[in-house]
Design a protein around this ligand. Structure first.
Ligand code: NAP
Length: 283
């Protein structure tokens, strides 16, 4: 089974759109998302544009605030404080990376945790780790939903997460622990990654190394989620591949996400879902 991320995301967006329409009919209120973009980093421009288009599609009122890379940290913090007070804004997202003179960590901590739709604020991280309700980072949330669409009961399964970033690996581990999986987190210093992988019923690769996970690493019938986005050169330019060698792993896995067209589109749909959740928590 190849999990089609585009179709999965479309289904999720349709559900969100319906709920937003019903909220609008009942309350005359509209969930609002503001994205802050600093500088002109081309991939960030593309991500932000996709987020804006998807938000509009489901009826979220979305706005992008663009700033020159010379903006000071203090000025950016004052922008965030203003958005925290704005009753029409329910979700605030600061597109990373930020220029070197601005601390991403400091900026994220200034966002009202109730509006932190990226789920990066320490309050949301803490709530997720203590099993409380939280805004969960969009990529691991999307991976989780896709895993659950393949198999509802994950209790007792061995899950290997490769990568321990705050963005992906760590929140992914928390989500699967909550589902009673036995979770192992691999990273660059892990010994015998292949052997650990062979025992895993669920593999989530969030590494950034092209085709790291091969067919002979994967247990037959495993669920394999590929978060990686890697550019590899080809004759006329480049192509995007994941952290999983698709052609060999697809023969072993029960379910697998392709790259592109797997985790990526679902991540954006989860941002919309988080904005709706933030709206409901605030109102
Ligand atoms: P990151 O912060 O660079 O973390 C990478 C993790 O992989 C680290 O924990 C690192 O270990 C580990 N690692 C590196 N080389 C390894 C190896 N050879 N064996 C085992 N582990 C290794 O990356 P990230 O932000 O989590 O992103 C990971 C990938 O996902 C990237 O390709 C990124 O582009 C992609 N991504 C995709 C989406 C999406 O929506 N599809 C969203 C976000 C990110 P150490 O901790 O020891 O350094």
């Amino acid at each position: 089974m190849i999990i089609d991320g585009k179709k999965f995301a479309q289904k999720l967006r349709n559900k969100i759109k319906k709920e937003i329409q019903s909220i609008k009919n009942k309350t005359q209120l509209t969930p609002g998302l503001t994205v802050i973009l600093v500088g002109n980093h081309t991939p960030s421009e593309i991500y932000v544009r996709n987020k804006e288009l998807s938000a509009k599609e489901v009826g979220i009122s979305s706005k992008v605030l663009r700033f020159k890379s010379s903006i000071s940290e203090t000025k950016l913090i004052s922008v965030i404080h203003k958005l925290n007070r704005d009753k029409k804004v329910h979700g605030i997202l600061v597109q990373l990376p930020l220029p070197n003179h601005i601390s991403g960590h400091k900026i994220i901590e200034e966002i009202d945790p109730k509006k932190d739709v990226d789920g990066f604020h320490a309050i949301n991280v803490g709530n997720l780790s203590s099993g409380k309700d939280a805004l969960v980072p969009c990529t691991p949330l999307g991976c989780y939903l896709m895993i659950k669409s393949v198999r509802k009961n994950l209790a007792g399964l061995n899950a290997l997460i490769i990568g321990r970033s705050n963005l992906n690996g760590k929140p992914m581990a928390q989500l699967l622990l909550k589902e009673d999986c036995t979770v192992t987190i691999g990273h660059s210093k892990t010994k015998n990654l292949k052997e650990l992988c062979k025992k895993a019923d669920i593999v989530v690769a969030a590494v950034g190394r092209a085709n790291l996970v091969k067919g002979d690493w994967v247990k037959k019938g495993a669920i394999v989620i590929d978060v990686g986005i890697n550019r590899v050169e080809k004759k006329n330019g480049y192509k995007i591949v994941g952290d999983v060698e698709f052609k060999s792993v697809v023969k072993k896995a029960k379910a697998i996400t392709p790259v592109p067209g797997g985790v990526g589109p679902v991540t954006i749909a989860c941002l919309l879902s988080n904005t709706l959740k933030a709206f409901k928590n605030i109102n």
